[in-house]
Design a protein around this ligand. Structure first.
Ligand code: NDP
Ligand code: GDR
Length: 374
């Protein structure tokens, strides 16, 4: 039985990857951080009671900022494969926490690689690094592929640039089987609530259920190449099953604006929106309502407003990936389109909003967990 160790197992990708590897018969170990509240919601469905013998999903307390915890866990698990998905992964937040972001995303990767090397596992343990399309930043070439020059535009991306190169350096210096997946944005109902797609689907579902009145957005003209996390974790695993370690771009090759994602989400809820104004004065106005959202909304309501607080000090305006290498050499193809992703996310968030709405009707008002920042 192969053993895998996943950092960031409590995150979106960690949850899907853990599921995939368990299905493939792996013994899966995950690193979770200590938090004052439970942070395992995304993996609760695959949780295994540690008191039961032969559990094949095991969680360990650790932190990428703590070399001793990382080394101790790698030593104990002796993994065949390490997936380094743990990160301070929010681009906008990285401008507010630049030093911490560098510590986790750059130094954390080094700590993990050093643990593998110092323990003498270079010939045993394969390593996957969660690299990102944010490395392309101020895009020089469209679409972006493996050899497109990098121009990172945030503390997040600069830290990930270090992680990208240190992964290659350990491959070249010590013969480690180490790969970078240059993944473009990928979403799902498990996406963190402050990333743009989930912020939109949650916000609009809450508005449709009368739980909130507005959704405040930043740069809705940003262009992204959105895929589904389920498709992308398949590729993370595939990269480590090859004969030679290589780096791959993972993308759908389809680009849309944030504004388009808002329109699709509204359509899924039976709302037609019209945008008025330009830039920071822009608003989204309800033009038409179908289905059961009518009681909460009126034609003419302004439900989208632009708030400059969500603009970034340096923006990545446009990303579009070319994953021909992954398609040609690994036979990987994304199966889920961005519109299907949007539909799935709206449907799941609508169920949550409906539950909240029902509780509210019976006098049990829950705070709508909205992130005030970013
Ligand atoms: P999430 O933000 O959902 O998950 C991040 C994970 O990292 C969480 O489990 C989080 O723990 C953990 N983490 C944060 N800080 C630390 C730390 N100091 N020590 C240990 N673990 C930590 O991200 P995604 O699942 O979306 O992304 C996975 C990886 O892929 C990240 O590295 C991200 O930067 C990268 N990536 C993501 C893309 C995307 O579109 N999703 C695209 C390209 C790259 P906790 O739950 O406790 O917060
Ligand atoms: P990104 O994802 O920065 O691409 O990083 P995010 O969803 O946060 O932003 C995408 C684009 O939408 C614009 N935007 C807003 N973004 C947020 N979060 N909130 C808003 O209100 C808002 N309004 C407009 C942003 O300016 C941006 O242009 C994600 C993360 O998962 C990274 O970890 C990963 O490396 C990259 O994708 C690939």
């Amino acid at each position: 039985m192969k053993k895998a160790l996943i950092t960031g197992v409590t995150g979106q990708d960690g949850a899907y990857l853990a599921e995939l590897l368990l299905d493939k018969g792996y013994e899966v170990h995950g690193i979770k951080r200590r938090a004052s509240a439970l942070n395992t919601q995304r993996i609760d469905h695959i949780y295994q009671d540690p008191h039961v013998n032969n559990a094949n999903f095991v969680l360990h307390y650790g932190d990428l900022t703590d070399a001793s915890s990382i080394t101790r866990i790698v030593k104990k698990v002796e993994p065949d494969e390490v997936y380094n998905l743990g990160a301070q992964s929010h681009v906008a937040v990285s401008f507010e926490l630049p030093e911490y972001t560098a510590d986790v995303n750059a130094m954390g990767t080094l700590r993990l690689l050093e643990a593998i090397r110092l323990l003498g596992f270079e010939n045993k343990t394969k390593f996957y690094q969660a690299s990102t399309s944010e490395l392309y930043g101020l895009v020089q070439e469209k679409p972006q592929k493996e050899n497109t020059p990098f121009y990172p535009r945030s503390p997040y991306a600069v830290a990930k640039l270090y992680a990208y190169w240190i992964t290659i350096n350990y491959r070249e210096s010590y013969g480690l089987f180490a790969c970078n997946g240059l993944l473009f944005n990928h979403e799902s109902p498990k996406r963190g609530e402050t990333f743009v797609t989930r912020k939109i689907t949650r916000g609009l579902c809450n508005i449709a259920q009368g739980l909130e009145s507005h959704l405040y957005m930043g740069n809705i003209d940003a262009l992204r190449d959105w895929g589904h996390a389920k498709d992308y974790v398949r590729m993370q695993w595939l990269m480590l099953q090859q004969e030679k370690p290589e780096d791959y771009v993972i993308a759908t090759g389809v680009q849309n604006t944030v504004r388009q994602f808002i329109v699709w989400s509204a359509q899924e809820l039976g709302i037609t929106l019209r945008f008025e104004g330009e830039g920071i004065d822009e608003v989204g106005i309800v033009e038409k309502i179908e289905g059961d959202n009518a009681p909460a909304l009126n034609v003419g309501d302004v439900i989208i407003k632009i708030d400059p607080r969500y603009f970034r000090p340096a923006e990545v305006e446009s990303l579009l990936g070319d994953s021909s290498k992954a398609k040609n050499s690994l036979g990987w193809m994304p199966e889920i389109t961005v519109q299907d992703i949007c539909t799935e996310m709206v449907r799941e968030d609508l169920q949550i909003a409906k539950r909240h709405s029902l509780l509210k009707k019976h006098g049990y008002e829950l705070p709508v967990a909205r992130e005030s920042s970013k």
